[in-house]
Design a protein around this ligand. Sequence first.
Ligand code: RFL
Ligand code: PHB
Length: 394
Amino acid sequence: MRTQVVIIGAGPSGLLLGQLLSRSGIDNVILERQSAEHVLSRIRAGVLEQGTVDLLRQAGVSERLEHEGQVHHGVEFAIDGKRERLDLHELLDGRCVTVYGQTEVTRDLMAARKASGGITLYHASAVQPHEIAGESPYVTCQIAGESVRIDCDYIAGCDGFHGVSRQAIPAGVLTEYERVYPFGWLGLLSDTPPASEELIYASHARGFALCSMRSATRSRYYLQVDAGDAVENWSDERFWEELKARLPEETAAQLVTGPSLEKSIAPLRSYVVEPMQYGRLFLVGDAAHIVPPTGAKGLNLALGDVRNLHLLLERAYRTGNPSCLERYSELCLKRIWAAVRFSWWMTTALHRFPDTDAFTQRVQDAEWRALLDSRAGRTTIAENYVGLPFPALD
Ligand code: RFL
Ligand code: PHB
C-alpha cells in the first residue's frame, strides 16, 4: 500500500490531521491500535479554547459542537471556601471557552472520516515506523494476522504518550523535560445537573477539587488523590462526601449526587520532548508533550500541533519544497512551553503537596489574593485559560 502521509493513532490529533489533510487533497492512512469503541470510551477533556473551536470549524466538523457545545463566559475559583468568578468575556473583549467533551469531538471526527472515505485501520498491532531519516519512510503493522506495509512521504506520530513513534527516534536525538506530581485526579461522571453553570476550581486544605460538566444534565467532577491511590478505594458515597468537604458550604449544600457512570484515576505529569521532529517523522499532541489537566490545555495543545503540521505539509506539497517542515518544532514549542508553564502554575497553586508547610501555604494564599484582587492578574489568568494565539507561519 502507498499513501502520502501515514498517521499513527486515531485519537483527536490523528483524526483531525487526517481530516485537514484530506480536505487539502493530501492522501493519508490512519493506523490505530484499539477499536473505535475503545477510543470513544475514554473520558477525558471537556474544555475547548476559542482557537480550537475555530480550527474545528475550519475542518468542517463543528456542526454539532455549535449546537450542543456550551459557551462559557466565565470560570470560578473557590479559594479558602470563597467563590470568585473570572469574567473571561469581559476581561478579554468577548473571548471565551466552550464546554464540549473530547469524546464528542472524536465522534464528530470519526463521522467526518467515514464520510470522506479516508482509510482508518483499527486493531493495528506491532505498528513500527522505518527509514524515518531517509526519503522513503514506511510503516509496518499486523492487521488480523496479516503483515501490512505502507510506503509514504511522511509519518505523523499522533499515538499519545505511550505510543511507538517517539520510541522510533534514535537515542540521543531527543531531550526530555519532565515533572511528575505526587498526586493524581480521581474523575467521576454522573447524570446529575452540574454544581454550577460554570466550572469551579477549588483549592482546599483537604486537597483540590473541580466541578465540571458535559451538559445541563451530565456532570464531571475531579478530586486530588494520592499518586498510589486506586479507584477501588472510592465508593460513590465516599467520593461525594469528600467532594462536599472540599467545596464551599453553600455549593456543597446544593450539590446533586447520583450513581457514577465512570470513575478513573489519572496521574499528573508535565513532559516535553525536543525537538518534535526527526527526519520524516513528526510527533504530534500527547506523543510529544503532556500537561497536568488543571489548565485544561492537553487537547487544545495537541490540536494546535495538528494545525501547524497541516499548514506546513500543505505548503510543502503545494510548493514542492519540503524545507518549511523543518520549522515544525520551533513553531509548536513556544506555545507548548507557555501552556506547560500555565498548567504547572495552576497545579501548584491549587493542589496540596505532601511537603507544603505553613509558610508556603500562606505565600500561596497571598499569591491568589495578589492575582484575583488585580485586573492585570485576573487578565493574565484569563488570557492563558482561553488560550494563546496560534503562531504566524511566516
Ligand atoms: P490520545 O488521545 O492519547 O490518542 C492517541 C491514540 O493513539 C493510539 N495508539 C496507537 N495506535 C497505533 N499504534 C500504537 N503503538 C499506538 N499507541 C497508541 C491510542 O490508542 C490512541 O487512540 O492522544 P492525542 O490524540 O494527542 O490527544 C491528546 C488528548 O487526548 C489529551 O491531551 C487530553 O485528553 C488531555 N486532557 C485535557 N485536555 C484539554 O485540552 N482540556 C481538558 O479539559 C482536559 N482534561 C485531559 C483532561 C486528560 C485527562 N486524562 C485522563 C489524561 C482530563 C483528564 C482526566
Ligand atoms: C473536564 O471537564 O473533564 C475538565 C475540565 C477542566 C479541566 C480538566 C478537565 O481543567
